[in-house]
Ligand binder design. Structure first.
Ligand code: HAM
Length: 444
């Protein structure tokens, strides 16, 4: 049988390949973008380590069942999933927490507590791409496991705030909205929503700020209006301090209230309370949260959530492991980059060469290579032209590569072992002995 070409393959062979772009919601990282990305990753890593977290990683895809376990079949439409040749169902990870829980459950008894781990996984969600929401993104995760005390909840929030401060954001630009599922359940109970109906109520509340008010009120009143009309819900759930929410209810008490007061005291002790605000409207859509919940938002609400997290105390138990309590958060790269760009705070970064080496004559090229080897071995960024050409052309390349200095290898080198170091910003030049060169360049 003869070979047959599909139209596209045929077009490729005769040189008419249709232009292929990157898929929607996915990004190319050109070197300028990669520099910004690495800057962000460095900040995430430094902040994590300053709080004693250590880094881990997991696989890019998992068994689909891992995600269905807690979230049900509904999650499948939000995932990129596929079958392998053995007809096993996998999904590209849409988040890290199930992987983390699986890894912890597998070694629950061997890991010293508390477990403080962070990661910067690449992940995919089958989203409709929009500003700050992509199909492929990176997400910083930091989680504390093996400790069910409020100090851990407060510490993961402190990690988030340390990062916000580190990138120069103030409480007037970014806020951490904090609540707790048990406390919100208590508030719902106070307005007459019984525990067995609260799951549905939380789902709706999670969408409260993202849905137009009239539409939300209609949905709410249709389902829950009999117990509490939307206006009553708002009077409690749109308050920005616990005292105001309590005043609207005539006070609440009980363990959920006490635990939340504990959290607030720890937030003050970690010196991060200025970034935090109580917001009972934050209930988090993800099914596994059992305690504290929080989200980071741009203060002017110009972006979707910058980060989200909370306490999940039953997740490892679902994976046939012993129950290991956990608390943590995820923060996307895209929303942060987009906020910084809108604020005009994208850092100015360069990757200038430390030195561009120039030979005054082609016969000095072997010495030039020896100098390049020596500088590179000393950790300096050094480069040179592949072509032997006139001095002027080599200087031009030095400037186009944004080198800090040009190092000229010529007769002085032959006679006295000296090189001419020219500062390309000021034009000043000086003779430097070969033995001194690396130290001199590092000093410059
Ligand atoms: P999440 O709320 O689904 O939580 O995502 C957390 C953050 O990831 C969001 O606030 C946002 O910054 C970023 N993010 C989510 N989807 C996208 C997207 N399509 N494009 C860009 N960024 C996005 C979780 O994933 C939990 N597993 C977090 C967690 C860790 N909870 C406890 N530990």
């Amino acid at each position: 049988m003869g070979l047959q070409f599909a139209p596209r393959a045929e077009a490729a062979i005769i040189g008419r390949m249709p232009k292929i772009q990157s898929p929607p919601g996915m990004r190319d990282f050109y070197p300028d973008d990669m520099r910004q990305q690495n800057w962000l990753f460095d900040a995430w890593r430094d902040v994590s380590r300053s709080f004693g977290f250590v880094e881990y990683e997991g696989p890019i895809f998992e068994y689909l069942d891992l995600y269905k376990l807690k979230s049900g079949d509904g999650i499948v439409s939000e995932l990129f999933h596929f079958q392998d040749r053995g007809e096993r169902e996998f999904a590209i990870r849409p988040e890290m927490t199930p992987t983390l829980a699986r890894m912890i459950a597998a070694r629950a008894n061997a890991l010293p507590r508390p477990i403080k781990w962070f990661s910067i996984p690449r992940m995919c969600r089958a989203e409709k791409p929009q500003k700050g929401r992509l199909r492929e993104f990176f997400q910083w995760n930091a989680d504390i496991l093996g400790l069910d005390e409020m100090i851990a909840d407060a510490e993961v929030i402190a990690v988030v705030v340390a990062f916000l401060r580190r990138i120069g954001l103030s409480p007037s630009e970014a806020v951490v909205k904090v609540s707790s599922r048990p406390l919100a359940a208590r508030l719902l109970e106070s307005i007459g929503i019984a525990p067995e109906r609260q799951g549905g109520a939380f789902d709706l509340i999670d969408r409260m700020t993202k849905t137009p008010a009239a539409e939300f009120d209609k949905k709410w009143n249709d389902e829950f209006g009999g117990s509490a009309p939307a206006a009553r819900l708002r009077s409690v759930f749109r308050q920005s301090s616990l005292a105001d929410a309590e005043a609207a209810l005539g006070g609440i008490d009980g363990p959920a209230r006490e635990a939340f007061a504990d959290l607030w005291n720890f937030l003050k002790a970690f010196d991060v309370a200025d970034f935090c605000r109580f917001d009972p409207g934050v209930v988090r859509g993800i099914a596994y949260y059992t305690g504290t919940v929080f989200e980071v938002h741009a203060a002017d609400r110009s972006h979707r959530a910058l980060a989200g997290g909370g306490r999940y105390d039953n997740l490892t138990g679902l994976l046939d492991g012993p129950n290991v309590p956990g608390v943590g958060f995820g923060m996307g790269d895209a929303p942060i980059q987009s906020l910084l760009a809108d604020l005009g705070r994208t850092p100015k970064l360069d990757e200038a060469l430390d030195a561009f080496l120039i030979d005054a004559d082609a016969r000095f090229f072997p010495q030039l290579m020896a100098v390049a080897n020596r500088l590179r071995a000393n950790g300096l960024r050094a480069d040179f032209s592949y072509k032997r050409q006139a001095l002027g052309k080599q200087f031009k390349q030095a400037s186009s590569r944004a080198a800090r200095v040009a190092v000229i290898i010529g007769e002085e080198f032959e006679q006295r072992g000296e090189l001419i170091v020219k500062n390309l910003a000021t034009g000043q030049q000086q003779a430097v002995a070969i033995e001194e060169l690396a130290t001199e360049l590092s000093r410059l």
